[in-house]
Design a protein around this ligand. Structure first.
Ligand code: SF4
Ligand code: SF4
Length: 217
């Protein structure tokens, strides 16, 4: 799908140019964060036609984005789970005070690569990427700092004959903005379907083999 989106974007720009129009007139395929990071189409899918070349520069929760739930709960991004990221409620505090002072909104402004773990800790792009989307990492592995939904990561592991899959360890409670918890199982690239069965949501207990389980430390 990523290849298709990139091809569509390039084709659109070529068509616009063929009509003698500037590339800015082409429609823009905007990728969200989790098309993976730093793959072969990174600049095509993150740049506006005719604009500066762009690439993923890390989560912007509490920097350029804010989320306000229907009851006034304020978070750094609408996608973030409620419980760990509530900075306050607009019915109790001013929005400016929450934005400036709530630790729950400040985590991107203040964080360093210290919070990274697992593959992301060792990654070439660690300093700028910081494990990609905070919502995705927290809601997948229980805390930020390690993101298995990454093109660069999957491609690197594939070159080494390895891959990762996720095994559900704890189901979400079923309330708004909640999240479950998975663990990453690393295994040989050619591991078969039997291992993949462990990833079934109905299988909360598993014994991965011959693979390595990576959980938050
Ligand atoms: S492995 Fe982690 S730090 Fe590296 S690019 Fe992927 S998400 Fe970002
Ligand atoms: S949590 Fe994810 S969706 Fe929200 S600002 Fe960060 S990267 Fe974007």
């Amino acid at each position: 799908m990523i290849d298709t989106l990139a091809a569509m974007q390039l084709e659109e720009v070529a068509m616009v140019r063929a009509k003698g129009l500037p590339p800015e007139r082409a429609f823009n395929i905007m990728s969200s964060n989790n098309v993976g990071y730093y793959g072969p189409h990174e600049q095509v899918l993150r740049s506006r036609p005719g604009g500066d070349e762009a690439y993923w520069r890390g989560c912007q929760a509490g920097v350029y984005t804010i989320g306000i739930e229907s009851d006034g709960t304020v978070k750094g991004c609408p996608s973030l789970p409620t419980a760990p990221y509530t900075g306050g409620k607009v019915r109790d505090l001013g929005l400016e005070e929450i934005w400036k002072n709530a630790e729950e909104l400040n985590f991107v402004r203040e964080r360093t690569t210290e919070e990274l773990w697992g593959f992301c800790k060792t990654c070439y792009y660690a300093d700028i990427c910081r494990a990609g989307c905070s919502f995705t990492t927290h809601c997948t592995l229980g805390r930020r700092g390690n993101n298995p939904f990454c093109y660069h990561r999957a491609a690197t592991l594939k070159r080494e004959g390895r891959k990762e899959r996720l095994v559900l360890k704890e189901a979400a409670a079923g309330i708004p903005y909640d999240f479950g918890r998975f663990e990453i199982v690393e295994e040989p690239w050619d591991a078969g379907d039997a291992a993949a069965q462990e990833s079934s949501p109905s299988q909360l207990e598993s014994t991965p083999s011959p693979s390595t389980s990576v959980a938050p430390g």
